[in-house]
Design a protein around this ligand. Structure first.
Ligand code: SAM
Length: 337
């Protein structure tokens, strides 16, 4: 069966290229407890007013409606999701939605440790933890935080508890590019997948091209010490089995939105902290769900409007061979990284 027909059969949400869309990334807050140099602009930023952020009830309403259209995978992110009050009760409510096949989290790991057991009980299996360096001093330089050990401990315990962990490392030229192979050495054998990410221009005026370290260089650095065997990649990362003279030791992914845009394999939509439904991290197109949710219409009408918004957002998904430039004030934390 042609790919498009198969997608139409399996999903209600099919984009203009016939790709089924089943994945929603939700930013729960624009607040973060780190000030990473690649994420936080150099000037101070105004946080969203609490009243302008989708409430948990509103997010649940959106997810329930989206699930009827075929959204069955949700990733919770931010900002830092564990900063939001009541987060565990919210994740519990989400985990009770039968239509969702998977809930995953992206966190900086600082506040993760005390929640691991409860997350496991709720059926969460996969967590992405962002960590850019093994050096406490560089961690402080990159993030502004001295809590490196808390992240290290959370990753250690999460692996012990049996979570599938992906480590997100944004590779920054002259800062941590020398640690690429150390990360493989440290994590691959512990069954954590490492995802090396190209620095993207999504930090407003904080973008510094001189930190940019492209896909080809990441790959060349790895192959100077390891063998890489391409794997069929299902998502946005180019995935490889990584090996040495003892055989395959683990798995790595390279996410290269700048030099190798991955629109062709992107099946996600994004809900920002302030309730904007976006077709893509790099798109300035958005649909305001908060005004639909708070517009005072009858609940069946609200539901229909949300459904239509999802269909429209999916139609906005395009295929680009080049990463589009984004407004200077677009910050990854409010859209959801
Ligand atoms: N607080 C969570 C965390 O740190 O993982 C979730 C939010 S963070 C914005 C999500 C991911 O986006 C992190 O892995 C972070 O490293 C990545 N990220 C942020 N800004 C980026 C940029 N300019 N280029 C590439 N990746 C970026």
């Amino acid at each position: 069966m042609a790919k498009e027909l198969r997608a139409q059969k399996l999903h209600t949400l099919v984009d203009s290229l016939g790709r089924g869309v089943n994945y929603l990334r939700i930013s729960l807050t624009d607040r973060c407890n780190l000030k990473c140099i690649y994420c936080h602009p150099p000037h101070s930023i105004d946080f969203l007013d609490r009243s302008d952020i989708c409430s948990y009830g509103e997010i649940l309403q959106v997810v329930k409606t989206a699930a009827r259209l075929g959204i069955d995978k949700v990733r919770l992110t931010g900002g830092e999701l564990f900063l939001r009050k009541g987060i565990m009760d919210f994740i519990r409510s989400l985990s009770q939605l039968k239509a969702l096949r998977e809930i995953t989290l992206t966190t900086n790991g600082l506040l993760l440790l005390p929640h691991l057991k409860a997350l496991k009980e709720m059926g969460i299996k996969r967590i992405n933890v962002s960590l850019d360096t093994m050096s406490k001093a560089l961690f402080y330089h990159v993030t502004g935080s001295r809590k490196f050990d808390a992240v290290k401990e959370a990753i250690h315990q999460a692996l012990q508890e049996g979570f599938k962990i992906k480590i997100n490392m944004v590779v920054l030229r002259g800062l941590n590019d020398g640690e690429i192979n150390q990360f493989i050495d440290k994590f691959a054998e512990r069954s954590a997948e490492i995802r090396f990410i190209e620095f993207m221009p999504l930090c407003g005026s904080g973008w510094k091209g001189n930190y940019f370290f492209p896909y080809e260089k990441i790959k060349r650095t790895i192959t100077s010490e390891y063998d890489l065997y391409p794997l069929p990649s299902s998502g946005v990362a180019q995935e490889f089995a990584v090996g040495n003279d003892r055989g395959i030791i683990g798995k790595v992914g390279i996410i290269a939105p700048v030099t190798r845009p991955f629109c062709g394999s992107c099946s996600r939509l994004r809900l920002s902290a302030k309730g904007e439904l976006r077709p893509c991290l790099f798109s300035s197109k958005k649909i305001d769900l908060l005004s639909i949710l708070r517009g005072g219409s009858r609940s069946d009408q609200v539901e229909r409007n949300i459904e239509n918004a999802f269909k429209k957002a999916v139609a906005m998904k395009t295929f680009s061979k080049q990463t589009q430039s984004v407004d200077n004030d677009v910050l990854i934390r409010s859209i959801g990284g």
